[in-house]
Design a binder for this molecule. Structure first.
Ligand code: ADP
Ligand code: MG
Length: 639
């Protein structure tokens, strides 16, 4: 066993070194933010000590005034940030400094490697706090002692940020953490009062603990407080500048990018609380990497005392992209996470908070460009909301956006209200098509008649869309109807067309239908002529009340049992292939091979995968050989 007291030299985890380099390169243009990050950590450490001391007053060690100090030594080229917050034990230091414990980091780094160009927005929203010190430093030293631990349990950590660090146990009287940056020669020009004070004021004024610097005033001895040192969320919004809101966001969210929008309110009445919520401009990297992190970015304060991070109980799950603070006057200081789950005050706060966020989104939606930015990042979560939140379904539905057959790009979207406003007089239903991608939704054969009649159809191609459409069922009294399910009743809708009468057409093609039916046998419920197609020979339709093939496939992929309902094959009697097949049947020829090809083709154009692609290809080849085998003149006279 190694002596735990001994100094050790360790390697950063591989991704830390990598990320560090990326950070330094990307943030250099804005390098003074390192100070914001160190002060932000100091402020968190003070918050955490105050919280821990609720249970154990002794942790204050007769030093209850929590403060942050910024000091420098121009001759030595050093800058020091010191706090008397919670501090760290040796294992805390190894765990927190030198590793990146955030879920999804690995995935994130991989995603970055696959990209040629690294977008500084992506890096920015990753925010690696402490490490930003290396943007300006050739060496960083950290000394700390955890509150409540004896002086001989101090820790010193030191690194040049190039892959290794040393850690050792030291004697340290002071509680909390001192971080000393040895600035690179060319960075030492910031080491003067005015510059440092300017940086602190710009980025850290919102910090609710006093930030102190050596007093410059002749008469004043010692230290002066350079920030406002009051909780930003308790102030009136008219007194807070956009810059202050933005910097506060960066502090609580660990995001280096500006927020997209925020909402701030003080509630007084039956309940008394304040809330400040932000929408990030970029999907957090762990959400983007598909990791559904448990991180919910709301901090809970009770009467200005920090209680917990990730207070997920104040907003519904689908609003998990929201970052912010709630500060309650009604809750107990010693609440536990569990006790909050069933708490009546909390559920009343949650209701108000949720509506407040939706108010903000509705307001944002009045500016379609900003809303589109939001929608591209977080739209899927609102779809989740429309599925889950029954009570607010109508409201959430109003916030949804969809690409349609009338827009050209996936990111040109319309609301359901816009859609309804554009509907023709006779149109009652909201039509949608589902598929795996924008491209396959757009080229679905089911849309042919809708194009002809100039009826707009929503293009749904997100994984969640089928669920959404099924749960939504209707909006503003207009039923949602999949274009791939059941019989379409659109004779009177849209531009007038010479709509074929199905009964007549079925009768005219009775022999062909019977032949196809006979040879497809178990694969279909029924064969009939179509009212949907213009350019394609055939398509598959779900039975009335059934689910589209696409949805069935999704459920199967998700490991669910799906009732085996056979589709209906609809054929287009005006298509040359179907016309010729009709003739072949009349001539007494077997069309079995053709029937299978039609079916498989229709299945493929739904985005389906063939169980047996080999057989499909063989069949196609056989048919092609047969066609090629006939002399050219035969083919020409036949057509
Ligand atoms: P973040 O603040 O997002 O967690 P940082 O890189 O800024 O990431 O800090 C990493 C961790 O190091 C913090 O979560 C905290 O546990 C610890 N830490 C950093 N600075 C301090 C400090 N001054 N006092 C106590 N702990 C600290
Ligand atoms: Mg931090």
């Amino acid at each position: 066993m190694t002596n735990p007291q001994k100094a050790e030299t360790k390697q950063f985890e591989a991704e830390v070194s990598q990320l560090l380099q990326l950070m330094i390169n990307n943030l250099y243009g804005n390098k003074e933010v390192f100070l914001r990050e160190l002060i932000s950590n100091a402020s968190d450490a003070c918050d955490r000590l105050r919280f821990a001391a609720l249970e154990d007053e002794d942790l204050y060690e007769d030093d209850p005034d929590l403060e942050i100090y910024v000091d420098w030594d121009a001759d030595a080229g050093t800058l020091t940030v010191k706090d008397n917050g919670i501090g760290m034990s040796r294992s805390d230091v190894s765990e927190n400094i030198g590793t990146i414990a955030k879920s999804g980091t690995q995935e994130f780094m991989q995603a970055l490697e696959e990209k040629d160009e690294i977008d500084s927005q992506v890096i920015g929203q990753f925010g690696v706090g402490f490490y930003s010190a290396f943007i300006v430093s050739e060496r960083v030293e950290l000394e700390t002692r955890r509150a409540g631990e004896p002086a001989e349990r101090g820790v010193r950590w030191s690194s040049d940020g190039r892959g290794e660090y040393t850690i050792e146990t030291i004697e340290r009287e002071e509680r909390g953490t001192t971080i000393t940056l040895h600035l690179r020669e060319e960075e030492q020009e910031i080491l003067d009062y005015a510059t440092l004070k300017g940086i602190v004021e710009k980025y850290s004024d919102h910090v609710s603990f006093p930030i102190k610097m050596p007093a410059q005033d002749e008469d004043e001895e010692g230290w002066e407080t350079v920030n406002r040192a009051s909780a930003l969320w308790m102030r009136r919004s008219s007194d807070i500048s956009d810059e202050e809101y933005t910097e506060f966001y960066k502090h609580i969210s660990r995001d280096f990018n500006d927020p997209l929008e925020w909402t701030h309110a003080h509630i007084e009445g039956r309940l008394k609380f304040s809330m400040l919520f932000y929408i990030p401009s970029e999907r957090p990297f762990d959400m983007a990497a598909g990791v559904d992190s448990e991180h919910r970015g709301v901090k809970l304060y009770v009467r200005r005392v920090f209680i917990m991070d990730d207070a997920e109980m104040f907003l519904p799950r689908y609003l998990r992209f929201v970052r912010g603070v709630v500060d309650s006057d009604d809750l107990d200081l010693n609440v536990s996470r569990e006790s909050l789950q069933e708490n009546r005050v909390v559920s009343a706060m949650k209701k108000t908070a949720t509506n407040r966020v939706l108010d903000m989104l509705e307001e944002m939606a009045e500016d379609p460009e900003t809303y589109q930015t939001f929608w591209n990042q977080f739209g899927n979560l609102l779809k989740e909301g429309a599925v889950e939140d029954h009570a607010r379904r109508e409201r959430l539905s109003g916030l949804l956006r969809f690409a349609t057959t009338h827009t050209d790009q996936p990111d040109q979207t319309v609301s359901l209200d816009d859609y309804i406003e554009r509907m023709g007089e006779e149109q009652e239903k909201i039509y949608y098509v589902t598929a795996d991608s924008f491209a396959s939704a757009k080229s679905s054969p089911h849309l042919e008649i809708f194009r002809d009649k100039d009826i707009e159809v929503l293009l749904m191609y997100d994984r969640i869309d089928e669920w959404l459409a099924n749960h939504l069922a209707e909006y503003q009294d207009h039923e949602l109807q999949s274009v791939a399910v059941g019989d379409l009743d659109i004779d009177d809708v849209g531009d007038e067309q010479d709509d074929p009468d199905r009964d007549e057409a079925d009768e005219d093609h009775a022999d062909l239908i019977a032949a196809l039916q006979a040879s497809l046998g178990q694969r279909v419920e029924q064969v009939r002529t179509t009212r949907r197609l213009r350019d394609s020979p055939a398509c598959l339709v779900a039975q009335e009340g059934g689910m589209s093939k696409h949805f069935e496939r999704m459920l199967r992929d998700a490991g669910q049992q799906v009732p085996d309902r056979k589709p209906i094959l609809e054929v287009n009697p005006d298509h040359p292939i179907i016309e010729r097949l009709g003739e072949k049947v009349e001539e007494g020829e077997d069309v079995g091979e053709w029937a299978d090809v039609l079916f498989d083709q229709a299945w493929l154009s739904e985005g389906g995968q063939l169980d047996d692609p080999g057989t499909f290809v063989q069949r196609m080849n056989k048919l092609m050989i047969r066609l090629l085998g006939e002399s050219d003149s035969d083919i020409i006279t036949e057509v």
